[in-house]
Design a protein around this ligand. Structure first.
Ligand SMILES: NC(=O)c1ccc[n+]([C@@H]2O[C@H](COP(=O)([O-])OP(=O)(O)OC[C@H]3O[C@@H](n4cnc5c(N)ncnc54)[C@H](O)[C@@H]3O)[C@@H](O)[C@H]2O)c1
Length: 441
């Protein structure tokens, strides 16, 4: 039987841990944030992630899922230990591995029997070997010899659909140099393996690279369609028709061809930067990724300029209703959300904002503490609109997709409708008396 510890109980660790328990494994989720663990022990999920609460509840009740701050105890009793801590951006653009190192050293200080240590965090190529070294150093300090293997098992779940993604992945990637570890990982993922989920076994470096190459490619695809959209605006084309026709080509595919205010989130921005940093470090620059990073930055600025131009060239004294702060719908996560740069850009140019978001206000509170006097946190989207000079949709939450346009018109001081996620039909909005601004149409 596999007994698992998951170090780090954030978006990835909590979802992975509870879904692995759902697969029949015994799982202890560990975090050094005592408040987070206390909350989970009370049955309160600390993040907004649809469907997660039910999985957690079911597995806690079944006696297969536990939460603790007791790192060493959890490691000692487990034969597979996942590292799912954060890898935030470092100052040089690479990944900051301090939490991974802490976790690895902690494992080395605690483990007593053969253990498979699994890098689930997104980490640069070469990290699995560093993890091995950190653990070996700790074992040497203890003057003990305990056998262990390191596996790279990158995670591809998307916030907002994380439970579905974890339980129905497009592929499971296992990077390993050990037959024994590969066998144990098959046990861990038994229910997916038996289900014929594509299961890719490779070496450590390839597994680490697969994650970065995948995220960078998706970021490139978004950036590409954003630039096509900007060009469409200039030439009188409609990017949605262009994208629809492009996507019909099986070699291209229709997903991630939706133009918008730029990609954001906890992964694409930092992972593209980390990949570019790795490329430069190895003298093999990934120039397309470098270009996407620059274009994405520009895209957010262009959105601010679009709003400013639509408001007659000045934002001084203007009030703008911003619908959506999270980097995408169905999550409270604002990490590198385009809303951050766009809200700040609007405020820098003189605007006041009335913001709405169904899940992100706690995070927005500390992120925007320095500009709090220029922000009003509205109870809902309609309150945000009251007396505003323009409506700007930044996150395509469902509740923003079907606004009562007559009501919107009556609440807004000016009929300016900036649909930066292209979730409205121009004719519908114009027929309701607005001037419509989309992206690339
Ligand atoms: N969020 C996503 O959608 C996603 C998807 C795929 C991969 N990833 C990757 O997964 C990793 C984790 O991301 P996340 O979004 O879950 O981060 P997160 O910040 O939500 O969670 C990390 C957790 O680790 C805990 N932690 C840090 N050091 C610890 C230690 N020494 N002991 C115990 N707990 C510790 C923190 O308290 C925090 O709760 C990152 O590398 C990320 O790039 C994230």
């Amino acid at each position: 039987m596999t007994v698992i510890a998951v170090i780090g109980t954030g978006y990835v660790g909590l979802v992975s841990g509870s879904c692995l328990a759902d697969f029949g494994n015994f799982v202890t989720c560990v975090d050094n944030d005592a408040e987070k663990i206390a909350s989970l022990e009370r049955g309160v999920i600390p993040i907004y992630e649809p469907g997660l609460e039910a999985v957690v509840e079911r597995n806690v009740r079944a006696g297969r899922l536990f939460f603790t701050t007791g790192f060493a105890e959890a490691v000692k009793k487990s034969n597979v230990v996942f590292i799912a801590v954060g890898t935030p951006p470092a100052d040089d653009g690479g990944a900051d591995l301090r939490y991974v190192e802490d976790a690895a050293r902690g494992i080395g200080r605690a483990m007593e029997n053969y253990t498979v240590i699994v890098d689930k965090s997104t980490v640069p190529v070469g990290t699995a070997r560093k993890v091995r070294r950190w653990v070996e150093e700790e074992l040497a300090l203890r003057s003990v010899s305990v056998l262990f293997d390191v596996v790279s098992n990158p995670e591809f779940l998307r916030e907002g659909t994380a439970v579905y993604d974890f339980t129905h992945p497009d592929r499971v990637v296992i990077g390993s140099e050990s037959e024994k570890a590969r066998g144990l990982m098959k046990e861990v993922y038994r229910s997916l393996y038996l289900n014929e989920t594509p299961y890719i076994e490779t070496n450590l470096e390839s597994a680490e690279m697969i994650k970065y190459a995948s995220n960078a490619f998706l970021a490139l695809k978004i950036t590409f369609i954003n630039e096509v959209a900007n060009l469409c605006e200039k030439i009188g084309a409609d990017v949605q028709d262009v994208a629809k026709a492009m996507g019909r080509d099986g070699r291209i595919g229709g997903k991630f061809l939706h133009p918008g205010p730029g990609y954001g989130g906890s992964c694409f921005p930092k992972d593209t930067r980390a990949m570019a940093t790795t490329g430069r470090a190895y003298g093999s620059p990934v120039t397309l990724v470098e270009a996407a990073i620059a274009a994405n930055k520009r895209q957010k600025r262009l959105m601010v300029e679009k709003i400013e131009a639509g408001l007659g060239g000045s934002l001084e004294g203007k009030i703008i209703a911003v619908l959506g702060l999270a980097f995408k719908q169905n999550t409270d996560d604002m990490r590198e959300s385009p809303a951050i740069d766009i809200c700040r850009g609007l405020i820098e140019r003189g605007a006041h904002l009335r913001v709405s978001d169904p899940a992100s206000f706690t995070e927005a509170g500390w992120r925007f503490a320095d500009i709090a006097e220029r922000l009003f946190y509205a109870e809902d989207e309609y309150q945000a609109l009251e007396g505003s000079h323009a409506l700007v949709i930044l996150t395509p939450w469902n509740q923003y997709r079907n606004l009562d346009l007559a009501k919107v018109r009556s609440l807004l001081a000016l009929p300016l409708f900036f649909d930066l996620r292209n979730i409205y039909n121009r004719a519908d909005v114009e027929n309701a008396g607005f001037t419509y601004f989309g992206v690339g149409k």
